[in-house]
Design a protein around this ligand. Structure first.
Ligand code: IMP
Length: 200
């Protein structure tokens, strides 16, 4: 079962701009514990089987690195790059391929590793693409799930945390390419009064 996120106040973070407010939503300690549990769930489903991780660049990189280490056993990985978001916080609704996988996934047990499931359009695009390539198994692990934002009919097999509809950064997630290196997942708000600029 995914764990519910809780909140606490953050100090000024590295790279933080004056007009941006950051609040810790999920601490690194909680992320570490949850990633360990997710790895155990995945290994229970795939005991003694090589697992091929497919990371969706760039947001999944830290999650994939930690998950790969917790999984143990035979693990390989590859990356794909697609864009569904323009710069900033607004989705274009379109998915475009920037970089395809390096190796074939045919006959492999594939685990797609995503940072966050928002509208689900990216994942829907990826699953359709990968299914055509005939993997032995095709599963999905996401760290964060903004369930209330879903448009596409997709679900992850392994979910870290269900979070509210707020724009988050850290642990791989960015705002204009910044904040990916924060160890915690934080809510970012803009404006002098911390007013959110994203609408549902
Ligand atoms: P979807 O196609 O709408 O599900 O969007 C998935 C992608 O949008 C994720 O892989 C992220 O790159 C980006 N995204 C969605 N919500 C956030 C957020 O709160 N912070 C940072 N990136 C986000």
């Amino acid at each position: 079962m995914p764990t519910k996120a809780t909140k606490r106040t953050a100090r000024v973070k590295p790279g933080q701009r004056a007009e941006e407010t950051l609040r810790v939503l999920i601490s690194h300690k909680r992320i570490r514990e949850r990633v360990r549990q997710m790895a155990q769930e995945i290994r229970r489903d795939f005991p003694n089987e090589p697992v091929h991780l497919v990371g969706v660049l760039k947001g999944s990189v830290l999650f994939l690195a930690d998950l790969a280490r917790e999984l143990g056993g035979e693990v390989s990985f590859d990356f794909i790059s697609v864009s569904s978001y323009g710069k900033g916080m607004d989705s274009t609704g379109e998915v475009k391929m920037n970089k395809d996988l390096d190796v074939s996934i045919e006959g492999r047990s594939v685990l797609v590793v995503e940072d966050i499931l928002d509208t689900g359009l990216t994942l829907k695009y990826l699953l359709r693409l990968f299914e055509e390539r005939k993997p032995k198994h095709l599963r999905v692990a996401v760290l964060l799930d903004k369930a209330e934002r879903r448009i596409a009919d997709v679900k992850a097999d392994y979910t870290g945390f269900v979070i509210p509809n707020e724009f988050v950064v850290g642990y791989g997630l960015d705002y204009d390419e910044r904040y990916r290196n924060l160890p915690d997942v934080c809510v970012v708000r803009l404006g002098p009064h911390g007013k959110m600029k994203i609408e549902a």
